[in-house]
Design a protein around this ligand. Structure first.
Ligand SMILES: Cc1cc2nc3c(=O)[nH]c(=O)nc-3n(C[C@H](O)[C@H](O)[C@H](O)COP(=O)(O)OP(=O)(O)OC[C@H]3O[C@@H](n4cnc5c(N)ncnc54)[C@H](O)[C@@H]3O)c2cc1C
Length: 311
């Protein structure tokens, strides 16, 4: 069986990010899964991960405390070489997308980004914002990949704890320094982990009050189209789409979003899609399970009132 190394990602509080479990499911289809954890003290996170993989390589060092591609990539490559990993991958989160190309370069590995399925050694990945689905095989001895988390279930525990091997990542001189992490505290769930997402587009004209009120009524995360983030109406980390976050909640409500292909690339895997748009010809209706041709400023409060009454 080939050895597959998965890079573990932590949440800001240091706990395991669920996306890693989706990546482990994809990795299991490729071979024996090892994981690499990097932190100031990797012990606790390694203990969380060991039930899911064969071996956890727990790298503890001050210079990998805060994620930076420049400091993490050498450590990941070091482990990959030491265990002769044939595959090296991570979840296609902001961090995984940033890290893996650099790891691939260090290992002279070909890379498939955002893989959606694994069939033997053939990987399925989207191209042109999902307009083309390609089947690719990688011909280099070491191969890199990132995993579209919404396409793979969360890994179950493997049944029997894996081995934890501690190592000290070699020091790195990086031109990039970590300065500060400013966490935006929100009572709402994280966008990529939420069961329900309510997103607003340019049709809101920047007024997100009704989008947020519906989200809060439903216990949902708030998302946005790129038009909204580019206009500075909402922060970039709310952007859903090809160049934003990929989400696949049980329910996705799109209000005042036209449904450009780049937006659809980030949400069309949602189980149920509700679209509210005053233009009946808007492309979002082609992917919507329920479509409402209406003014969002009228429809959203009515929907919220109906949900409240039904509760
Ligand atoms: C390389 C590249 C990457 C991109 N990546 C992304 C991405 O990651 N995510 C993303 O979202 N976009 C992305 N885009 C941009 C994308 O092409 C669209 O421009 C963008 O999604 C449009 O956002 P929108 O639907 O909010 O705005 P618009 O297309 O302007 O649509 C606004 C909609 O609101 C409706 N509307 C207006 N007023 C109301 C009202 N009162 N009530 C109800 N409906 C109303 C209109 O009928 C219209 O359909 C990318 C583009 C490129 C080129």
């Amino acid at each position: 069986m080939p050895t597959v190394l998965v890079v573990v990602e932590a949440q800001p509080d240091g706990k395991l990010k669920k996306a890693t479990l989706n990546a482990i499911t994809a990795a299991r289809a490729l071979g024996d899964v090892h994981a690499v954890v990097l932190a100031k003290d990797a012990t606790a996170l390694a203990a969380e991960v060991k039930d899911y993989v064969k071996v956890v390589h727990a790298g503890s060092a001050a210079h990998v405390e805060h994620y930076l591609a420049e400091t993490w990539a050498p450590a990941v490559a070091e482990v990959a070489k030491a265990i002769s990993a044939e595959w090296v991958g991570a979840a296609a989160t902001q961090q995984g997308r940033d890290l893996m190309p650099r790891v691939a370069a260090k290992l002279n590995a070909a890379m498939a980004s955002d893989i959606m399925a694994v069939n033997g050694t053939t990987l399925t990945r989207p191209m042109w914002a999902g307009a083309v689905i390609a089947e690719v095989t990688l011909s280099t001895p070491v191969k890199a990949f990132t995993v579209r988390t919404t396409e793979f279930a969360l890994a179950e525990k493997a049944g029997g704890a894996g081995e934890v091997k501690a190592f000290a990542p070699a020091p790195v001189t990086s031109p990039t320094k970590f300065v500060e992490f400013k966490e935006v505290k929100s009572a709402r769930p994280e966008l990529t982990e939420a069961r329900i997402v309510v997103s607003g587009g340019r049709g809101t004209k920047g007024d997100f009050k009704e989008v947020e009120a519906l989200a809060d009524e439903l216990g949902a995360a708030v998302g946005a189209s790129r038009a909204v983030c580019d206009a500075g109406w909402q922060p970039n980390d709310l952007q859903v789409g090809q160049t934003g976050k990929v989400v696949a909640p049980s329910l996705y409500v799109a209000a005042g979003i036209s449904g450009a292909i780049q937006h659809l690339a980030g949400m069309k895997g949602s189980k149920t899609i509700v679209a509210i748009n005053k233009d009946g010809e808007a492309p979002i209706f082609q992917v919507a399970d329920y479509g409402l041709v209406a003014d969002l400023f009228k429809a959203l409060p009515e929907l919220r009132a109906a949900i409240k009454a039904a509760k």
